[in-house]
Design a protein around this ligand. Structure first.
Ligand SMILES: Nc1ncnc2c1ncn2[C@@H]1O[C@H](COP(=O)(O)OP(=O)(O)O)[C@@H](O)[C@H]1O
Ligand SMILES: [Mg+2]
Length: 265
């Protein structure tokens, strides 16, 4: 596991209120280069909202977000993508009637040069971009084990596979950081295990990853640092071993009807 060094994505005192509801309250976070950074917490703890603020979906009510030391508070999602902050969504955001390959190619387009006119008249630039994005997308599909499904309609794949297509599309952006919102949701144990191995492999290839996940085995086995949210607030952060034995974390899960030992195994 890489040592925690340079800070890549930082949140300082981030708050996100929806009317009177404090979905995220004064959260500080530092994701370092090379981390597999886990975010856990019961349902409704504010995890997805926090990701949404970090990726420009919502400007925070208060607080600041920095990426590579630059203040990116309130930038648009498109700008965040241009900065190569890539993410997947808890509720899948695939184009279900398009092929797997085309879904991944969309991820490349933010980086290519051709515009709509190039596409309509099929300029040389467009052809070059098209070849590049196709090859690149196929490479990513190969690495994630979905190459043979490249021509299938995304909506016809299993839920677990659709999640992988979303990750493939995020990778097409050449992300500096990859934020995954419950990537293992809907996956069977075998799929979850292979996803975990894939994420570790990406990390070894140099990707910094932040992951929201309910599967504790997944989190405890893959993350080097974990942030725990409850009712919008950070209640703890530390290594998997520190999180496992922390009383407040135990009771946050215990209080929601989960057996603590089960949740944090
Ligand atoms: N756009 C929104 N408008 C109003 N309330 C929201 C919105 N998004 C999330 N919430 C509320 O914020 C809280 C945190 O939600 P969420 O971030 O989805 O939690 P988690 O991902 O940890 O399950 C919940 O009470 C949720 O209902
Ligand atoms: Mg969520």
């Amino acid at each position: 596991m890489a040592e925690r060094k340079t800070t890549l994505l930082e949140a300082k005192g981030v708050c996100m209120y929806f009317g009177g509801l404090k979905a995220v309250e004064e959260v500080d976070m530092q994701i370092k280069q090379g981390d597999i950074f886990g975010i856990i917490g019961p349902n409704g703890a504010g995890k997805t909202t926090f990701f949404n603020v970090c990726t420009g979906i919502y400007p925070p009510t208060k607080g600041k977000i920095f990426f590579e030391g630059q203040d990116i508070t309130g930038v648009s999602p498109e700008k965040a993508a241009q900065l190569r902050i890539a993410r997947t969504f808890q509720n899948l955001q695939l184009f279900k009637f398009m092929t797997v390959l085309d879904n991944v190619k969309i991820g490349c387009h933010i980086k290519t040069k051709s515009n709509l006119l190039d596409a309509i008249v099929h300029t040389k630039q467009y052809k070059q971009d098209e070849e590049y994005t196709t090859e690149k997308s196929l490479d990513i599909l190969r690495s994630i084990g979905l190459h043979e499904y490249r021509d299938a309609k995304a909506g016809n794949l299993s839920y677990g596979m659709q999640r992988k297509v979303e990750i493939a599309r995020a990778l097409a952006l050449d992300p500096k950081i990859l934020l995954l919102d419950e990537p293992a949701a809907g996956m069977n144990p075998q799929e979850t295990k292979s996803l975990m191995e894939f994420i570790k492999m990406l990390n070894q290839d140099g990707y910094t990853i932040a992951v929201i996940e309910h599967d504790m085995k997944f989190v405890m086995n893959s993350c080097n640092h974990i942030l725990v949210l409850n009712f919008g607030k950070k209640i703890f952060e530390g290594s998997p071993d520190q999180v496992k034995v922390n009383q407040e974390v135990q009771s946050a899960y215990f209080g929601r009807g989960l057996v603590a030992g089960e949740a944090l195994k």
